[in-house]
Design a protein around this ligand. Structure first.
Ligand SMILES: *Cc1c(COP(=O)(O)O)cnc(C)c1O
Length: 434
């Protein structure tokens, strides 16, 4: 049975897949393929759920910061900003994009394990709200850039609480073996806190941890609250410093395939808040403002990608290949992590799924695969294929490998479809070539 995962997906009477009330086959005709479509109303609904739940359950001043590495272009910063979200940026390029969109950088956190001196000066001079400082070298560099700019730069310290949220290793960043942050268990986090407190042009505002991504359970976050509040209590006892911000990072899971459970953002936040208040009372600290940094759970299930089928190749006794006009250049996640996706024959969505196939891209690269063991109604050349849940870490990870132009991003809202990022042209591909 075709499971369409989300309420903004349905099958029309013409057998076409509908997304955000648009006929996807018509969208493909109008905007070309490959192309990515974002249901803006769904993005806004997700933003509102975070904003409302955090306001309702967590200490005043708590705020969700959209982790824009999941999807970064000017219009998305405008959308999340207008919903009262801050943002988390991980490079000067994302900072530049947010600034170019008019985003209020006071509500931005700058992440990264290796910010260069130039990045740091740029961010300080741009008036970035917070650095999520990762290491001692960075603290010294931020301190001197802030001194030169004549400001006191707010920072959070990124620490690793040592939690394995049981996800794919490449996206599990909160353990002790991590390139990110200072481990609590080794005493490094405390040393870094003491250093931050000693630097005159740095204002330590609190602590940050990010335990991983695509997490379906709330327990790892409750564990993080426990470890982080104990750390805050220890730092208070040792240095007399009370952290007033606790940033718990991102990581709430979304549905890529029908076996994935649904995560209730509101319920997670309610449980995190209740653990926070209990822990703070038990440990004798004031409940800090909480920041969350959702990326995937804001945009992933608000996006689909449409492709056109080129060939269907059957290798008897081996497998079948369906080739489409995009691939690892617009979605490298299967190639990188063997990530599961739901694939739909958007031209014949209601037909019987009678072809098991490997959905592959157009790159000269055998590993250019979007998904294996896909069961869909047998497509033919010209049919439209939809890959669902592609709003996060697809467009933002897209490349020009094989000199393939990146697809456009089209925002759908009500009955309005507008291009937010145009399709790259061949001239764009040679823009930097001298
Ligand atoms: C990637 C990342 C996030 C977002 O994670 P999601 O799983 O997309 O919610 C948040 N914070 C930091 C520091 C990250 O690296």
């Amino acid at each position: 049975m075709l499971d369409l995962l989300y309420p903004d997906l349905s099958v029309g009477e013409n057998g076409h897949l509908y997304f955000a009330s648009f006929d996807t086959v018509a969208l493909a005709r109008e905007f070309g393929t490959p192309a990515m479509f974002i249901d803006e109303d769904r993005v806004r609904a997700h933003c509102r759920e975070y904003v409302c739940a955090m306001k309702k359950y967590l200490p005043a001043g708590s705020m969700p910061m959209f982790a824009s590495k999941a999807l970064s272009f000017k219009e998305i910063y405008r959308v999340v900003g207008s919903e009262g979200m801050g943002t988390d940026i991980v490079s000067p390029g994302e900072l530049y994009t947010a600034a170019a969109a008019g985003f209020d950088l006071k509500n931005a956190v700058f992440h990264g394990n290796n910010k260069t001196d130039a990045d740091i000066v740029y961010a300080v001079n741009s008036g970035i709200g917070y650095f999520a400082a990762d290491n001692a070298e960075e603290l010294y560099a931020v301190n001197s850039a802030a001194a030169r700019a004549g400001v006191r730069q707010k920072i959070l310290l990124r620490v690793t609480p040592g939690i394995d949220p049981h996800t794919h290793k490449k996206i599990s960043t909160g353990g002790v073996d991590s390139k990110f942050g200072a481990a609590i268990s080794t005493g490094d986090a405390e040393k870094l806190a003491s250093l931050a407190l000693s630097l005159g042009n740095i204002e330590l505002c609190g602590f940050h941890c990010h335990i991983g991504s695509q997490i379906f359970e709330v327990t790892p976050f409750i564990d993080a609250v426990d470890i982080m509040t104990s750390f805050i209590a220890r730092v208070k006892q040792e240095f007399g410093y009370s952290a007033h911000i606790l940033n718990l990072g991102g990581g709430f899971g979304v549905r890529y395939v029908k076996d994935d459970p649904s995560v209730s953002v509101t319920d997670n936040i309610r449980q995190i808040a209740s653990a926070l208040y209990d822990d703070c009372r038990d440990k004798g600290i004031d409940p800090p403002e909480v920041m969350l940094e959702p990326g995937r759970s804001i945009v992933a299930d608000a996006g689909i990608t449409l492709y056109t089928v080129g060939s269907v190749k059957e290798i008897p006794g081996v497998k079948n290949y369906v080739s489409v006009d995009g691939g690892m250049t617009d979605n490298p996640r299967y190639t990188l992590y063997q990530s599961a996706y739901t694939v739909v024959n958007a031209s014949a969505a209601a037909d019987r799924a009678d072809l098991e196939c490997t959905l592959c891209g157009r790159c000269c690269e055998s590993g250019d695969i979007l998904q294996e063991k896909v069961l869909i109604p047998r497509p033919s050349r010209g049919d439209i294929i939809a890959v669902l849940t592609t709003g996060a870490y697809n467009y933002s990870m897209a490349s020009n490998y094989n000199r393939i132009p990146r697809p456009p991003v089209v925002m759908l809202s009500g009955s309005n479809a507008r291009v937010a990022v145009r399709r790259e042209t061949y001239e764009d591909l040679v823009r930097c070539d001298l």
